[in-house]
Write a protein that binds this ligand. Structure first.
Ligand SMILES: *[C@@H]1O[C@H](CO)[C@@H](O)[C@H](O)[C@H]1NC(C)=O
Ligand SMILES: *[C@@H]1O[C@H](CO)[C@@H](O)[C@H](O)[C@H]1NC(C)=O
Ligand SMILES: *[C@@H]1O[C@H](CO)[C@@H](O)[C@H](O)[C@H]1NC(C)=O
Ligand SMILES: *[C@@H]1O[C@H](CO)[C@@H](O)[C@H](O)[C@H]1NC(C)=O
Ligand SMILES: *[C@@H]1O[C@H](CO)[C@@H](O)[C@H](O)[C@H]1NC(C)=O
Ligand SMILES: *[C@@H]1O[C@H](CO)[C@@H](O)[C@H](O)[C@H]1NC(C)=O
Ligand SMILES: *[C@@H]1O[C@H](CO)[C@@H](O)[C@H](O)[C@H]1NC(C)=O
Ligand SMILES: *[C@@H]1O[C@H](CO)[C@@H](O)[C@H](O)[C@H]1NC(C)=O
Length: 461
């Protein structure tokens, strides 16, 4: 193993830091949007008042911009400035507009709240920021909602995904987001792009379970991000790191509860740069389509990652959703035949337990090996409780797509170095109707350096 990654002692330090941050905020000047003419009636746009309060606050050297309760403050994009913290009071709501004209012309700036090139900007206050995602549903469906796409004007090239995000920090430093609810985003919810030194604490995120692309937190090309005490219940990926905008270094997420119809903790699939030193600790993943996933497709390398103290249940949902009920899903299969193959090395799974409808999937590729994987104190229960068909391995996006396959407790290919230490597989055979299962399935010619210590595969009721 390489150098030990982040220490678990981050949490107390962080609390101390937060106390300092919050105290600093309390002592700073307050600019109430009401003093700048906000109506807060949910039907008139308060954009001008909110922006005037933000700009006045920035001009005064920073402070808090208060949205007092009660009030529903409808707005077009709010541009945050350095040292300005948006404070939505408990009982108050900031409502994102639902017209394309409410957002800047460039689709990469489509956010309800947007901070670009800022230092020390943030969002807090105990209230709610709401993207009115329901207004973007064209056809509601229990299977998957059909959504509005602002793709007809040529401003956005994202096909059916042209919808505004909720909160974005781009090229920003010392970002603070805490004690806030982010509700019903129309698209991605909280997005960091090329940020450094971000604290996300006690944030609750609620997306419609049937709405696609409403990711919880996307960490794109950003360093030194600490996420603690989060609650994420949404349709698409919950905590997702991406490296199309630069590498991702030093990401910690701890003490979180997650439910998603896609992947709970995901790396990629945009992965041109590397991911290094990431820690996921004390996380509960409930009824999700995938638990811990890495889809490395574009030549970036992943190293030094720890997943510890994680409990999860993963199940099948309609196949229009991304996932095949795998508790752990790792692939480096390149996006296109000529894409570079990234490697994944020094990954530890410690104190993990899962109940799942499918097995663990660990598939490197010829030049994108999985190196030095370690499973320690891992308890995997296999059981079926939905009626969706199994028996498929999922290499998507791209690659071999879906492959018909027997199901294995663990499927292994293209791995160099796998250490199994105190791992139990439990088979709820009574509930495995029609399942052709094997504890391990592997392509021996693609694997070396296997070590099994205290490994058991047992039947349970
Ligand atoms: C942010 O900084 C970049 C580089 O300095 C600049 O090109 C861009 O216009 C800035 N954006 C804003 C909104 O200030
Ligand atoms: C625009 O989005 C709709 C669905 O919202 C989709 O059917 C259509 O193909 C998209 N058009 C383009 C040009 O991507
Ligand atoms: C977390 O934030 C909510 C508001 O979103 C607040 O009501 C609650 O008190 C906070 N919890 C803690 C432990 O500070
Ligand atoms: C993150 O750190 C890496 C490695 O030092 C650096 O190349 C990259 O520019 C940093 N990104 C940001 C947004 O600071
Ligand atoms: C990552 O964290 C370590 C330890 O705190 C620090 O030394 C290193 O500079 C950080 N990396 C980046 C790119 O900020
Ligand atoms: C990934 O690692 C390989 C082999 O060390 C290296 O050639 C490649 O440049 C790395 N990729 C990135 C994006 O750094
Ligand atoms: C794993 O669990 C054991 C027993 O509860 C505990 O002593 C150990 O610290 C845990 N390891 C990590 C990395 O959290
Ligand atoms: C599965 O199918 C059976 C028989 O069609 C039905 O009785 C049962 O309710 C279904 N279970 C679920 C979870 O949908």
């Amino acid at each position: 193993m390489a150098s030990p990654p982040l220490q678990l002692s981050a949490a107390p330090l962080l609390l101390l830091l937060l106390v300092v941050v919050i105290r600093a905020a309390r002592s700073s000047r307050v600019f109430s949007v009401v003093d700048y003419g906000a109506a807060g009636d949910g039907s008139r746009y308060d954009t001008a008042a909110i922006q005037a309060a933000v700009d006045a606050c920035a001009a005064a050297g920073g402070g808090r911009v208060l949205l007092p309760a009660p009030g529903n403050y409808l707005t077009a994009t709010v541009h945050l400035r350095s040292r300005v913290v948006l404070e939505v009071a408990p009982g108050a709501r900031l409502l994102g507009g639902t017209r394309q004209a409410d957002y800047p012309p460039e689709s990469r700036r489509w956010y309800v709240v947007l901070a670009e090139n800022t230092t020390g900007a943030g969002v807090t206050g105990g209230g709610e920021i709401n993207g009115q995602g329901g207004a973007f549903v064209v056809t509601p469906s229990e299977v998957k909602n059909v959504m509005v796409s602002w793709n007809t004007t040529g401003d956005c090239q994202l096909g059916d995904e042209c919808r505004p995000r909720l909160v974005g920090f781009i090229d920003s430093k010392n970002v603070r987001i805490h004690d806030i609810t982010l509700n019903q985003p129309a698209y991605w919810c909280l997005h960091l792009v090329r940020c450094d030194n971000t604290v996300i604490h006690n944030v609750s995120i609620f997306g419609d379970f049937n709405t696609p692309n409403n990711d919880g937190i996307d960490i794109e090309g950003s360093n030194n991000t600490v996420i603690t005490n989060c609650h994420i219940d949404t349709g698409d990926d919950a905590i997702c790191s991406k490296s199309s905008a630069g590498p991702v270094y030093n990401l910690t997420a701890a003490n979180c509860w997650i439910r998603t119809k896609s992947c709970a903790i995901k790396f990629g699939s945009q992965s041109s740069f590397s991911f290094k030193r990431l820690l996921f600790d004390n996380i509960m993943i409930v009824d999700s389509h995938r638990g811990l996933g890495m889809q490395i497709r574009d030549g970036g390398n992943v190293s030094d990652v720890v997943f510890s103290n994680i409990k999860m249940s993963t199940r099948y949902y309609h196949p229009l959703w991304w996932g095949r009920a795998e508790p752990i899903y790792i692939t480096t299969c390149p996006r296109h035949p000529d894409s570079k193959e990234g490697t994944i090395s020094d990954i530890r799974f410690i104190n993990i337990s899962s109940v799942s409808e499918n097995g663990v999937f660990l598939a490197g590729s010829k030049h994108g090996l999985l190196r030095n994987l370690k499973f320690k104190n891992v308890d995997l229960t296999y059981k079926r409780w939905t009626n969706y068909t199994g028996g498929l391995y999922d290499y998507r996006p791209g690659c071999q797509e879906m492959v018909k396959h027997r199901t294995g407790g663990m499927m292994l290919e293209h791995i160099s170095g796998l250490e199994i230490d105190n791992v139990r597989m439990r088979w709820a055979r009574g509930n495995l109707k029609g399942w052709d299962v094997n504890p391990l399935l592997f392509r021996p010619s693609t694997i070396d350096k296997l070590s099994f210590h205290d490994w058991q595969s047992v039947d349970v009721l």
